[in-house]
Design a binder for this molecule. Structure first.
Ligand code: AMP
Length: 539
């Protein structure tokens, strides 16, 4: 017997329509690429999203087509979120820090038809235009007064929508229809596309507004510093629109002084971003003798949160840190760290031991740990194993890839190694995937190793992540020299500088006589990480 409830699809167009109807005057404030602060509200965002949807339809964009963005967090990017997905097309948010070959790869793999770009990233759009890609239209996200001088083929966003009607009938899509696409390099090999659906995104929006997760509400002034090209800014823009939280976008102003000014002038209550951002912001606040009196919560994820950061926000700003864990493949929220009533009486030191864990799963996702033979391990807080996750906002496979080793028996192998305690707090203890996360972005170990191996005096090369005070992790290159050859760190780093994106270049090179090898001849990265566990980069 079926329930007798209305079967209305969960669609992103419903979120923006709801916002326009029930919290139309709630503000969306942006520090623009052009410079000034721009003020908008949900009624206007909804209206302009419809004008944009009409313009996209005229450009020939149809349901299922991919539309790319290379853009900061701004009101225009928010309009693209709703216009593109709302009309049934798929928003492909591109990370501007991708090395050129990966940028070209994702644009081709996604088969992007239109590319919207902030003028900061004009060179990247021009690179795509000069390369062999399927993009037919380029749109600079600005007005005609600020159009890039040397890119005649590009239209501007404001001229594109200026004469369009603000009446647009959002199609009643199947809620399982694709809404957005984000590539992740958090695995070895080429970037892989995660294709979100309307249903998964709306369910995830509910998840991030729950009181025991990120608790985003109408009472909040939310400033997502986490980029809109990184897992949809952790789904925060959708959630804020849904609940009517004022949204504040930093645009390109990611330096401490610009952020402090926005936090103060807009009365921000909720901040979200990766640890590297907070190191800079905390230092800038100390230097300027500022206290963030309005900020209540700071959500930190993407890398583990150091206890000193939790303490600094608590003591210097009276703000609560919410430590969260997730992945591009999980929309991203999987766990959030909120204390239970029984923790109220704990000493600060004991409380901290819990707070540095990645947190408890959120209803909707299920977590477990397994050993190398996929045997399920106990949640005793001691036994560590491969962390697996499943749920309606977890990717079931990658875009245009049939099978992959990470999806097994309905569970997704995260590549993280973790413990889970009896209360459900998950704690990451290691990583089985061979990648390095620097300042919230992935460095491909294999990419760096392949480049190093091209040097004639290198016999073997391995790259591991080593703890770094600012970037959480930085690459260390470990090299076995070719027989009877001499080569220096300087020589190798200069060589890599010619072949790699700047931030992929290792901070140091260590020379060894041999690399630890496993039975199949593969370098044992875990052994190397143990060997260099106490390594400290020279200043
Ligand atoms: P991404 O897909 O780029 O968001 O990266 C996801 C990966 O980042 C996870 O699988 C973890 O390895 C790492 N990660 C995310 N959040 C945390 C956290 N709170 N603590 C430690 N590692 C994290």
């Amino acid at each position: 017997m079926f329930g007798q409830m209305m079967d209305l699809p969960l669609l992103l167009s419903n979120q923006i329509e709801f916002a326009a109807k029930f919290h139309p005057s709630v503000e969306v404030v942006t520090r623009t690429v052009e410079g000034p602060i721009h003020r908008s509200n949900y009624e206007e965002i909804a209206r302009r999203s419809k004008k944009l949807a009409n313009a996209l339809a005229k450009l020939g964009v149809k349901e299922g087509d991919r539309v790319a963005t290379i853009a900061w967090n701004t009101h225009r990017h928010l309009e693209l979120y709703f216009a593109v997905s709302g009309m049934g097309a798929v928003l492909h948010t591109i990370n501007p820090r991708l090395p050129p070959d990966q940028l070209k790869y994702v644009v081709n793999h996604a088969e992007d038809q239109v590319m919207f770009f902030d003028t900061t990233f004009t060179k990247l759009a021009q690179f795509c235009a000069a390369s062999d890609t399927p993009v037919k239209h380029y749109v600079a996200m600005t007005d005609d007064d600020h159009r890039p001088a040397d890119f005649d083929a590009a239209k501007t966003y404001e001229s594109l929508i200026a004469d369009e009607s603000d009446a647009f009938e959002w199609p009643q899509l199947d809620e399982r229809a694709a809404s957005s696409l984000c590539y992740t390099s958090g695995t070895t090999g080429e970037p892989k596309g995660v294709l979100y659906s309307h249903r998964s995104t709306v369910l995830h929006s509910y998840a991030v507004t729950m009181a025991d997760t990120l608790a985003i509400s109408a009472k909040d002034v939310t400033l997502p510093i986490v980029p809109m090209f990184h897992v949809n800014a952790w789904g925060v823009p959708y959630a804020a629109v849904m609940v009517g939280s004022k949204l504040v976008f930093p645009g390109p102003g990611m330096d401490g002084a610009s952020l402090i000014e926005l936090i103060e002038s807009e009365g921000v209550t909720s901040l979200l971003g990766v640890p590297t951002v907070w190191l800079g912001l905390l230092a800038a606040a100390r230097a300027a003798n500022k206290r963030f009196d309005t900020v209540k919560t700071v959500t930190i994820g993407g890398s583990a949160v150091p206890p000193s950061m939790i303490e600094a926000f608590e003591k210097e700003h009276g703000a609560r840190v919410i430590h969260a864990w997730g992945m591009t493949e999980t929309s991203p929220l999987g766990t959030a760290n909120v204390l239970l009533p029984k923790h109220a009486s704990l000493s600060e030191a004991d409380r901290r031991k819990i707070e540095i864990k990645q947190g408890r799963p959120i209803f909707g996702v299920d977590l477990r740990i397994v050993d190398d033979d996929a045997k399920v391990l106990p949640h005793d807080g001691e036994t560590s194993g491969h962390l697996q996750i499943r749920g309606p906002w977890v990717a079931s496979s990658y875009f245009k890839r049939e099978a992959d080793a990470n999806h097994v028996d309905g569970w997704f192998y995260t590549g993280d190694i973790a413990t889970i305690d009896p209360d459900g707090y998950m704690h990451i203890t290691d990583r089985s995937k061979d990648v390095i996360k620097s300042g919230g972005e992935w460095v491909s170990s294999i990419g760096v190793e392949n480049a190093a191996m091209r040097h004639p005096k290198v016999a073997q090369a391995a790259v591991i992540g080593v703890k770094h005070p600012k970037w959480q992790e930085r690459p260390l290159l470990i090299v076995v020299k070719a027989p009877d050859q001499e080569v220096t760190q300087e020589e190798l780093l200069a060589f890599l500088g010619e072949h790699l994106t700047k931030w992929w270049i290792p901070n140091a090179v260590e020379f060894v006589d041999a690399l630890p090898l496993g039975a199949t001849g593969k370098v044992l990265k875990r052994k190397l990480r143990e060997q260099f566990a106490d390594y400290v980069f020279a200043e």
